[in-house]
Design a protein around this ligand. Structure first.
Ligand code: BV8
Ligand code: ZN
Length: 237
């Protein structure tokens, strides 16, 4: 595998425009559970209950308990070497965009600047009544939390069946089309439309996949590197 990492690093060094797509796997080495790999959330719980508008309408307290638990976990975690390698890559690349499915904010905490968040942020709350959206890092004890207007707050994330934030996927598509190199790290490539960026990238860029396991797109990428993001991303610098 070393020769593939060497070839991938050389391609990154020569690239003028780099795009990175990340998923929950890049936060795994910060101690944050993933969804579908071992120990992932969807192995013990149903996404229909926790990550859909219907699930929230049915039991907002249950959904908020899960999100507040995740908020506390992320607040206690730190970015890992993979996050920091992407910050360094952004400094070195001519043109750079980081597209993430993650809602934990660890990329931003590490110092990444140009981040396109496809699924929102666990640190944003939105009022169901007045629609006000704001950052909130407080420990929420009284669940579900209420807005000043008295309305119920929901997490500012995109659930299954919900549209992505206005313009997010369009911006991501534009960035992918401009890239020489697309790095896909820590995603099972199961959730759309995020996953559709991978075959799109393969049409016009060289694609580096970083994942301990194969995905549906491992055959379509230029280099499919079997390993963890905290180990491999720094080796691409
Ligand atoms: C949409 C909320 C238009 C935020 C998430 C039928 C009806 C309705 C919709 C659909 C349908 N069929 C398909 C759809 C579309 C649906 C979808 O894709 N469903 C899938 C399950 C088939 N998508 C949507 O609904 C999207 N909206 O399409 O709107 C529309 C509207 C109405 C009707 C139709 C279309 C919205 C999708 C967003 C859902 N929100 N989460 C949150 O709380 O986090 S998805 C959730 O999965 C997270 O956001 C997460 O980021 C995302 C993707 O998962 P991954 O990040 O890839 O994480 P995962 O655990 O899966 O994989 C981790 C990987 O890391 C593994 O491969 C593992 O091997 C690897 N790994 C582990 N350790 C490491 C590592 N890699 C590197 N290093 C390590 N150390
Ligand atoms: Zn309100």
């Amino acid at each position: 595998m070393q020769s593939s990492v060497d070839a991938a690093r050389e391609a990154v060094r020569q690239a003028r425009s780099i795009v990175v797509l990340t998923g929950a796997g890049v936060s795994a080495e910060s101690g944050i559970p993933t969804f579908r790999s071992n120990g992932g959330y969807w192995q013990t719980q149903r996404f229909q209950d926790l990550a859909t508008p219907e699930g929230f309408a049915r039991d907002p307290k249950l959904v908020w308990t899960w999100y507040e638990e995740r908020r506390r976990g992320v607040a206690a975690a730190n970015p890992n070497a993979g996050h920091y390698a992407l910050v360094e890559l952004e400094k070195r690349a001519g043109r750079f965009a980081l597209i993430t499915q993650n809602v934990d904010g660890l990329h931003e905490r590490a110092g990444s600047k140009n981040v396109i968040r496809l699924h929102g942020s666990i640190w944003v709350v939105r009022c169901l009544t007045c629609g006000v959206e704001q950052m909130n890092y407080e420990e929420l004890n009284d669940l579900p939390p209420s807005c000043e207007c008295g309305g119920m707050l929901r997490p500012g994330v995109v659930w299954f069946g919900e549209q992505l934030p206005d313009g997010a996927i369009e911006r991501a598509v534009d960035e992918v089309k401009l890239a020489d190199i697309v790095i896909v790290a820590g995603t099972s490539a199961r959730v759309y439309p995020a996953a559709s960026l991978i075959p799109l990238a393969a049409q016009s860029a060289r694609v580096i996949e970083i994942n301990p396991e194969a995905t549906d797109y491992s055959e379509d990428v230029t280099w499919s590197l079997r390993g963890t993001s905290a180990n491999i991303l720094p080796r691409l610098l």
